[in-house]
Design a protein around this ligand. Structure first.
Ligand SMILES: [Ca+2]
Ligand SMILES: [Ca+2]
Ligand SMILES: [Ca+2]
Ligand SMILES: [Zn+2]
Length: 351
């Protein structure tokens, strides 16, 4: 009997009964979501956009986050039902009435349960739209190119997780509601990205660590790309993951993790979230290296995600790094590949 595969954000362990595991279904055809609307959301998260490390949850208070930390943005790919359902995300919630608007206007405050539902829809759709803009599902194979189930506030603990049976993300509500932080939502979506690219990915310790690292990196890069796209401020360390969700369990400056802890393979402890920080720094420094060469962050993200199709489900750091290097060489040339090799070597990952 295989163990249910559960990937979490990395706080309290989720106790879930063992059951069979199967690979996620292959990418199904997206729906015909051509309906648009508007949504009130956080600009990734309110700590990142304001730089205010003293922002407090105050028991999900409507007034603890200033109105200036919200923004109204277009909502896309909706199916026209009036619910938060569309090409890339299907939001479900058992706490609070499901958000519904005939005119697709989802303008809530963080104290409303519907705010988290709206955040979940927007950020999963934003992440998949980003993948399409990189070429996945266009000139490259699709990655999770389907309406993806996101359950909000179903789990009482301060944790969120992705399962591949059923194939969905669940977002918890401990401390700051997890779906109030885009980096938590997209971290979990990152696990589903891996499962979509390589069914069953993550069966070795290194592969599990790569999964956590990529989730952190994807959360950061999707958020930074959105900030650039919409002109939002980024007033905290750009390599800080979950600046807002982590206020209840970290000291300021609040980060669940960062992408530059300067760990190497010699520091491994055998725990995927911790060890993942070795890998995620190589991803971050490859990004910086690409920029130094005059290449775009999108070029690196495309190469990284394209390379992940070639990772074995039980890959080692070394084998996955070699695959990433080869993809960089093929797609972006020798100088870019050298950047990638150096970034992994700095973490003690050689091939
Ligand atoms: Ca809330
Ligand atoms: Ca939380
Ligand atoms: Ca951040
Ligand atoms: Zn995770």
């Amino acid at each position: 009997m295989a163990r249910l595969r559960i990937w979490t954000i990395g706080l309290a362990a989720a106790a879930v009964a063992a059951t069979g595991v199967t690979a996620p279904a292959g990418a199904t055809k997206p729906g015909s979501g051509s309906s648009t609307g508007s949504a009130r959301i956080f600009m990734v998260n309110p700590v990142q956009s304001s730089g205010d490390q003293s922002l407090a949850d105050d028991n999900d208070s409507a007034t603890s986050v200033p109105a200036s930390d919200y923004v109204v943005v277009p909502l896309t790919h909706l199916d026209g039902s009036g619910y938060l359902r569309g090409d890339y995300a299907v939001v479900q919630s058992s706490t609070g009435t499901p958000a519904f608007s005939k005119s697709n206007e989802f303008l809530y405050n963080r104290h409303d349960d519907q705010f988290e539902q709206t955040m979940a829809y927007f950020w999963v759709t934003q992440a998949q739209t980003y993948l399409h803009e990189l070429g996945f599902g266009e000139r490259l194979p699709g990655v999770l190119n389907q309406p993806f189930d996101v359950k909000v506030d179903q789990y009482g603990g301060d944790n969120s997780y992705m399962t591949d049976k059923p194939y969905r993300v669940r977002l918890g509500k401990g401390g700051v509601d997890d779906a109030e932080d885009a980096e938590v939502i997209v971290h979990e979506y990152g696990h589903a990205v891996h499962a979509s690219q390589v069914p069953g990915f993550g069966t070795s310790l290194d592969a599990g660590s790569i999964g956590e690292a990529f989730g952190d990196y994807l959360g950061v890069t999707v958020g930074l790309d959105a900030a650039a796209q919409f002109g939002w401020p980024v007033r905290t360390d750009p390599a800080c993951v979950a600046d807002w969700d982590s206020i209840s369990y970290t000291a300021a400056p609040h980060c669940l993790r960062t992408l530059h802890e300067n760990l190497t393979v010699a520091d491994r402890i055998g725990e995927v979230h911790f060890d993942g920080q070795i890998w995620s720094q190589a991803l971050w420094e490859s990004r910086l290296g690409y920029q130094a060469l005059g290449l775009s962050t999108r070029a690196w993200d495309t190469t990284l995600i394209d390379s992940q199709f070639g990772y074995a489900p039980d890959t080692s750091f070394s084998a996955a790094a070699a695959t990433t290097y080869a993809t960089a060489l093929r797609r972006d040339g020798q100088a870019a590949a050298d950047v990638v090799r150096a970034a992994f070597a700095a973490r003690g990952i050689t091939f």
